[in-house]
Design a protein around this ligand. Sequence first.
Ligand code: TYD
Ligand code: MG
Length: 474
Amino acid sequence: MSKLKTYFLCRNCGAMAPKWMGKCPECGAWDALDEMTKATEDPHRPKSLTVAAAHEAVVGVQGTYADSMPIAISEVPPLEVPRLPTRFAEFDRVLGGGIVPGSAILLGGEPGIGKSTLLLQALAQLASPSAGSVPVLYVTSEESAQQTQLRARRLGYGSSTLKVYAETNLEKIAAQIGRLRPALVVVDSVQMIYKPDNPSAPGSVSQLRDCCTELVYLAKASGTAIILVGHVTKEGILAGPKLIEHIVDTVLYFEGDSHHDHRIVRCAKNRFGNTLEIGLFRMTEAGLEGVEDASTLLLDRTHLGKDGQSPAGAVITAALQGSRVLLVEVQALTTDAMLGTAKRKVTGCDASRVAMIIAVLEKRAGLRLVDKDVFVNVVGGIKLNDPSADAAIALAIASAHINRSLAPSTLVLGELGLLGEFRPVAQAQQRLGEAERLGFAAAIVPVSKTKVPVKSKLTLHVCRRLDQAVALLE
Ligand code: TYD
Ligand code: MG
């Protein structure tokens, strides 16, 4: 016989506690502990099928795990990964070329960002005769079928044959998947569905785990790809989605500011492709539109002077996001701080990297920033995690501080070392090419890595040190 034991699980970080506490001992989140009941281990109880076993069941069917014996890596038969393109080029780009049959994808994002819109559009396009009427199923656990129909009408898919199923009971959803055998199922959202034999409330840790594991197993066993929608709370706490990231094959996050019209789909994990690509969309009256010419979307040049000059504190750099180059603006502001309380506020790049850049500016370029509040913002919700943006961040801060700007249409590239030296960046040629295409006139660049000067029609100001670049501020 198994005995029931009570414990508490943090819905924020997944930490376990033996008794209820107001504050999680691990992550410090308040009121985040959920009561759980688990049966203590019973050796006679059959073990439930784990995700790994489910994987094996499917991969075994395809023959790669069958008769498992050690073999030379060169002799492993290649696994053919056929993909189902969604006809949404930007979505396919983040997925690595389309949806892999039998895979499980998690799409996380804040409420109202556009997850349901994106998936409804993708499914309706797949179900359209021009795409070969792919069998797809949209399970709506949050909205009624009528609400989904209204949205579909607004998006111009009112007469679509796409199947909608308004249900929250996992067993009924699984039965319909088994009956219809769709190529792709969307469950919107996973926080609202429940497994009837689990006494916890929908959205709780154990319901989420149970429902996801079962759906992923179903996907692997049936070859139906599944997209699970998960809400991220406003504070940025990935309450539900974080818990199930390890269960699924691909994790996508839909980001953006609901006050602006562009949206970014980022890949945090992908067992079938890289995680570098991002998908860019614009939210319009008629739903989401993919944006291929991304650079122009993010560069808002309305604040330029008559001669095209950027105001002091604004510097443009070329960031590499997967296979494409995005031109992004880094903005900085420095103001007098209260004695001893200088603040550094950073959005879109790493705060500790900015702290280092400020120290280098102080020490190697002679700027006094110790008594200044420094604000740095990367425009357009882009994250500049690549050190090639160091020089642009440094010049934006220097430009704001001394109130001088760079010559009109100047791009800045370069990594910054602690000695104040400019280091080369990867794929400089590709980045300069994009700037050239968009009509830039000049670029501040480090000495080339290969010692062969990069070729460009732009006027190149090759700088070895930060102070040389700061001297170019007019
Ligand atoms: P939604 O897809 O419901 O968000 P989520 O599923 O992530 O919660 O997005 C809703 C928002 O998108 C809402 O604020 C209205 C806006 N929207 C448009 O701007 N255009 C459209 O065509 C649609 C359908 C929604
Ligand atoms: Mg929704």
